[in-house]
Design a protein. Structure first.
Length: 400
């Protein structure tokens, strides 16, 4: 293919690490579970006109396959099992699982199939949607503009931190899903490699080729699916936390806290979980309040916060990361995953505020309640009420 129909995605590993981590656990534990995931644009942009171009890119993905050198590299990591890697070598994307429509200007995407397969669509699909849109809107913009802006931001950051001890500052690239383009993300990550505090990327393809540490554990869908996998809804979060430990034990031990809410999470995160998990990841709500709750929780359990790690990953940029580092950096281990504001941070470019989230598991509703207004995703108000009741959360009049 040539021109605009050439594939945007050229490696099966051009995705976030947590997708493969979750996929292995799903393959081992929930091989017969089916799910539905849906695309949402949280902004008011009308992206429906790009439906045909997106469908053409989706069709190219069926040719992606794990390459021998990629499999060897994954096998060198301590947490993948041979049976999973053998299965992944046979995996192919099935475009028939993805329904794409232009509904009166709104982009409508619905993905249905076995969880072990659907789990792989989210990150690369969002990345290609973002790249299709930006290619059309800003064809003259690319790597040069992105690097020039990053250089300016790094100069500001160095000036701001001239008197700051950054020995405990850790920053990671979390920017695959909403990047301007694959070349821009790679250029940004290469430039960040010159910084002593840059420690890794969530993108497995970049981690392999640039010899970086791949980072990531689990996403909201891990907890959402357990809302229907667990026989008792009120136990679903604990079931998800335990199943993860059963799969990975002391590895990949950063737990995501906001699928239902931080308060509900901490009620389930007792001493055994808190001692076995290495730390927690923030992805919605006020980060300082969240961090204070986390540290107070560890202290209440008699666990030294300096033995744990807090990962901040919600709408970060360098300025916000520095503020949080000043607040928490000497009280616990902290790291910062910056996504869109690294890989789509170009003057004049408005990043897309797009997500793909689970809406059903085994034909029944699941929900993400979050700690931020407007991030709730669920079609079934009755299920949201049941979820709030099960986790002792206040009812709200209307879920958006």
């Amino acid at each position: 293919m040539t021109g605009h129909t050439s594939p945007i995605l050229t490696s099966l590993l051009d995705t976030d690490a947590y997708k493969l981590h979750m996929q292995q656990a799903v393959l081992h534990r929930y091989n017969d579970v089916t799910v539905t995931a849906e695309f949402r644009c949280r902004g008011d942009e009308q992206l429906g006109s790009y439906a045909d171009a997106i469908r053409a890119q989706i069709d190219t993905m069926q040719s992606l396959a794990l390459q021998p050198e990629e499999q060897l590299w994954l096998a060198s990591l301590p947490f993948f099992t041979p049976d999973y890697l053998d299965w992944l070598r046979q995996f192919r994307y099935n475009p028939q699982q993805v329904k794409v429509h232009n509904r009166a200007g709104r982009l409508d995407i619905r993905i249905t199939g076995p969880w072990r397969e659907v789990i792989m669509w989210e990150v690369p699909l969002l990345a290609l949607i973002s790249e299709v849109v930006h290619r059309h809107r800003s064809p003259e913009v690319g790597v040069d503009q992105a690097l020039a802006h990053l250089d300016a931001r790094l100069a500001e950051f160095h000036q701001q931190t001239a008197d700051v001890d950054l020995s405990r500052f850790r920053l990671m690239d979390f920017g695959t899903r909403r990047r301007f383009s694959q070349p821009v993300q790679e250029a940004i990550v290469r430039q960040l490699q010159t910084q002593p505090w840059f420690v890794g990327t969530s993108n497995y393809d970049l981690a392999r080729r640039l010899q970086l540490t791949p980072v990531g554990t689990q996403a909201h869908e891990w907890f959402q699916a357990h809302q229907q996998i667990s026989p008792v809804l009120a136990n679903s979060q604990r079931a998800a936390l335990q199943a993860w430990l059963d799969e990975y034990d002391s590895q990949l031990g950063i737990a995501l806290t906001d699928c239902i809410s931080m308060d509900a999470f901490l009620r389930d995160f007792g001493y055994e979980f808190a001692s076995r998990y290495q730390g927690l990841r923030h992805d919605s709500g006020d980060p300082e309040q969240w961090g204070e709750k986390a540290l107070a929780h560890y202290e209440s359990l008699g666990i030294d916060p300096l033995s744990k790690t807090l990962v901040f990953s919600d709408s970060l940029n360098l300025d916000k990361a520095l503020l949080l580092y000043r607040h928490f950096g000497q009280r616990t281990n902290v790291s910062f995953g910056i996504g869109t504001r690294l890989t789509c941070d170009i003057p004049g470019i408005t990043p897309l505020n797009i997500v793909i989230k689970l809406t059903e598991c085994n034909g029944k509703p699941v929900a993400k309640l979050s700690d931020s207004p407007g991030k709730t995703i669920c079609h079934d108000p009755a299920f949201i009420r049941a979820l709030r009741k099960a986790f002792d959360l206040p009812l709200v009049k209307k879920a958006s």
